[in-house]
Design a protein around this ligand. Structure first.
Ligand code: MLT
Length: 322
């Protein structure tokens, strides 16, 4: 009996090794858990194009939006662990761990990290008719009008939600928040004057700020950005503590063979060196991760430390999903 079990286990291991050696032999799906046209989708499509070249197979982006990114993440957590379904998500992997009481996945155990992808600051933007010309006027107006001010975000646990929570906490005021399936539909409503404000990643705000399609008020970084030089930093605006860097990461389902994760990491590293990706990201004030940081171990450690960093802020915000 023991010999039979050992033979079966050996045969299974050989099948897994053979599958890993042959990987990939068909197109892959990269799940982006937000609407098309938003910052995660933009990074995802650049990355998918560059990884396809290295892998010799198409990496097809699939937008599975809703619930702050957790629906798309759940889809990948329960996909076969063969490397053909991967997730491009962000800081939400860490924030939703505290915000959601009943997630169908665990940030620490349900995924095999592939590597960090990029980092990007956020900007508070307003619609063209919003009656504040400077960050200082913005702060005064939001403090005076409170709940009469509407602020869009991409669902509880999204980066824009996190940013709006921190913004309200730093200002000591509550505004009315309005959820969407991603910041791309939110941006359309902002430009249509249906909502007043939003805090979104520069991946999709740098160009509309630069072309004056929206008003750019504050950047959540310590240094100004050359792409939107007129936008003040949170320190210049007098908002100590209003600092956020959104990071994007790539994951496969837990249980994906190490050799397959290694091959996906190799394709990620090649993509991060791609001139097309670097040039496009530079225009969007988004920074590809340095190759030495694009490792599974770095991503795993970052998720763990970001869960701890954001937990007290989220608990103080008091907005949870049961
Ligand atoms: C998106 O792609 O829509 C954003 O990353 C959503 C967010 O987290 O704010």
């Amino acid at each position: 009996m023991k010999r039979l079990v050992a033979t079966i286990l050996l045969a299974l291991a050989q099948v897994t090794i053979a599958a890993a050696q042959d990987f990939p032999n068909r197109p892959l799906t990269m799940v982006v858990p937000f609407a098309a046209g938003g910052p995660t989708d933009t990074v995802g499509r650049l990355l998918a194009a560059a990884m396809s070249e290295n892998l010799g197979q198409q990496v097809v982006v699939e937008n599975v939006d809703g619930a702050g990114g957790t629906l798309g993440a759940a889809r990948v957590a329960t996909a076969p662990p063969d490397g053909y379904t991967i997730l491009l998500w962000h800081i939400g992997m860490a924030t939703t761990a505290t915000l959601y009481k009943n997630l169908p996945f665990d940030a620490a155990t349900s995924f095999a990290p592939i590597g960090l992808v990029s980092e990007v600051p956020m900007t508070v933007i307003g619609n063209g008719r919003f009656p504040a010309g400077t960050p200082q006027q913005l702060v005064e107006l939001v403090r005076a009008r409170g709940l009469d001010i509407s602020m869009a975000h991409a669902g509880i646990g999204s980066a824009s939600h996190l940013c709006s929570t921190l913004f309200q906490s730093v200002l000591g005021v509550k505004v009315t928040t309005v959820p969407y399936g991603g910041t791309s539909p939110a941006m359309q409503d902002l430009q249509g004057d249906y909502v007043d404000l939003m805090c979104d990643q520069t991946t999709t705000t740098a160009i509309p700020i630069d072309t004056l399609a929206v008003k750019g008020y504050i950047i959540t970084a310590r240094e100004r950005l050359r792409q939107i030089r007129n936008v003040q930093t949170f320190l210049e605006a007098g908002l100590e503590g209003f600092e956020i860097t959104v990071w994007n990461g790539l994951w496969a389902p837990a249980g994906t063979p190490e050799a397959v994760v290694g091959r996906l990491n190799e394709a990620l590293l090649a993509a991060l060196q791609s001139e097309m990706l670097k040039r496009r990201m530079a225009v969007l004030a988004t920074t590809p991760i340095a190759p030495e940081r694009a490792t599974p171990a770095e991503l795993e450690a970052l998720v763990a430390s970001e869960i701890e960093r954001w937990r007290p802020i989220i608990l103080a915000g008091g907005e949870f999903v049961e």
